[in-house]
Ligand binder design. Structure first.
Ligand SMILES: Nc1ncnc2c1ncn2[C@@H]1O[C@H](COP(=O)(O)OP(=O)(O)OP(=O)(O)O)[C@@H](O)[C@H]1O
Length: 210
């Protein structure tokens, strides 16, 4: 049962204040974070996943990111908007790496790769992948293993309609198993394809419900 709590948050890049708010909390569900370019969505995701220094407290299911980073990270999966991987490794090597670190099985990784029609490319270096293939590979990585909370930054960019449909179905299946999602998307999310439990926006450095 997901519970994500952020308290007394402030995030600066040098002297540029990007986020500042006292409290934001979500429970189990699928959430959509909207907002224009540069409002701080990716920064918020990087704060939640402990990938950038910040002031304040982040807790997932009562596990404090700072006090117990290993336990915290084992509960969370983050797919970046524009994933960057070493170009010389193959897709399979990347999936094996994620499988090892996330304690996922090779069969699970292959099943996800097959779902997104990446199977035939797995032995090729990532440098030869198209932008859509790269995005799908990053989504496959995000779904390897068993975590409680998924953060998907712009999961719909560059993927085709059929893949978007598969992603929606995967999110629904995981949500039915009790998992939670925080998605950012500039594209409208069709409520008939994916039912959203809450929509937020970053406005003036704060997270507000829409
Ligand atoms: N590493 C960084 N160093 C300095 N400033 C940064 C850095 N990353 C982001 N910023 C600044 O922080 C602000 C928020 O950026 P962020 O990438 O979080 O926005 P975003 O909402 O994800 O934007 P987009 O929708 O364009 O992806 C912007 O003003 C950006 O210039």
């Amino acid at each position: 049962m997901t519970n994500l709590v952020l308290q007394h948050i402030s995030k600066l890049y040098g002297s540029h204040l990007v986020l500042q708010f006292d409290h934001w909390e979500i429970n189990k569900g699928i959430y959509w974070l909207k907002g224009g370019n540069g409002t701080g969505k990716t920064t918020l995701f990087r704060v939640i996943t402990g990938q950038t220094p910040f002031n304040g407290t982040v807790k997932l299911n009562n596990i404090d990111l700072r006090q117990d980073p290993m336990a915290f990270r084992s509960q969370i999966s983050y797919a970046e908007a524009e994933p960057q991987y070493p170009l010389f490794i193959t897709g399979k090597e990347l999936l094996d790496f994620y499988g090892d670190t996330r304690k996922g099985t090779a069969a699970e990784a292959m099943e996800l790769a097959r779902l997104f029609e990446l199977e035939a490319f797995l032995l090729q270096p990532i440098g030869s992948y198209s932008s859509g293939m790269l995005k799908k590979l990053s989504l496959v990585c995000a779904f390897i293993g068993d975590v409680d909370f998924y953060i998907l930054d712009e999961p719909l960019i560059t993927i085709d309609v059929a893949s978007a449909h598969k992603l929606y179905e995967l999110i629904k299946t995981k949500a039915a198993q009790g998992k939670s999602f925080l998605l950012s998307s500039h594209q409208q999310i069709d409520p008939e394809k994916l039912s959203i439990d809450g929509v937020f926006e970053i406005r003036d450095k704060q997270i507000v419900a829409c």
